[in-house]
Ligand binder design. Sequence first.
Ligand code: NAI
Length: 344
Amino acid sequence: MNKIKIGQVGLGRLGQIHATNIANHIKNAELYAVASVSPDELEYAKNELNVEHCYSSYTNMINNDMLDAVVIVSPSGFHEVQISQALDKGLHVFSEKPIGLELDNIKKLVSKLDNYSNQVFQLGFMRRFDDSYLYAKEAVERGDLGKITTMRCYGIDPSKGLDSFIKFAENSASGGIFLDMSIHDIDLIRWFTGKEFSSVYSLGNNLAAPQLSDCNELETGACLAELENGTIAYLLAGRNAQHGYHVETEIIGTKGMLRIGNSPEKNLVTLYDENGVVRPTSGHFPERFKIAFINEVTSFVDSIINKEQATITGFDGLKSTEVAIAMQESFDKKQVVHLVGELT
Ligand code: NAI
């Protein structure tokens, strides 16, 4: 069987992980082409990953008729336009989250996706491909927890990445902490409960990094939300976890509760020494979700081969973005934002 020929745009922090995975770990795919605005990154792809077709322009890359699919790992502000261009070229599309930053444009894109049902579209919510989250999902689907009353989600990046985030924020737009980080938890809450958000109230501060206020960013952002059936959700995103990368999810139901990653362990080792009893912590997202990143693109390639649609859709992209934007609006206006009635 011919391998699916992938062209990837973006070879930064996450781009290099996806590119390495496609080149080395995804059996039925080939990293056929890459595009980046950085000559050093193109050199890296050519020398380290043996990519023959390296482009400084995305548009030129997708004009290569040999491509079957694109993987989009460019900054978030480019996603929606690059997805649309790839669809017009007849390509299957995997895009990193979020699907875009502007709601009106995302709505147009999601309507457009309906006309391209023979092309696979998948959004990069990799936590849905992590073994622990899948295990928890099965327990919830079996009814082990009964009805979900509450979810609590923490996503806190390690402190050692804070300085580089501040530099990034001074020059580029991430979309803000809710669109950039909480979006994973918004997606998990929608996935586990099968319900949409109805209202959100957000708070935030920059006590750990006052410089972020000058770039309209937050180091810590929190939100208390209600879903359409009354389920309560608490989401906390941050960029200053001293102990490592802290992603934790708690689901409380009428018959039981579960926690995923309540101490974000690196492995099964426990150290007993002069510091006491110590569990090493997972250091960053590439480590914690290493296998999930491989699994999600494997699933995308399998969907192309099997001619079936992906499970994470444009609609998921739209709904998660809608909630994240409402969370930002709530923080900006210091008031509850209601989503009911805006449900698409
Ligand atoms: P980054 O800033 O490290 O890399 C961006 C890349 O895009 C660079 O290779 C840059 O050269 C390239 N680029 C910039 N403008 C371009 C253009 N006009 N045409 C072609 N290439 C261009 O960013 P990072 O952290 O890798 O994030 C990329 C995307 O991945 C973001 O949308 C982010 O939200 C998402 N992401 C998702 C994560 C997850 O957990 N699923 C984790 C980290 C990032």
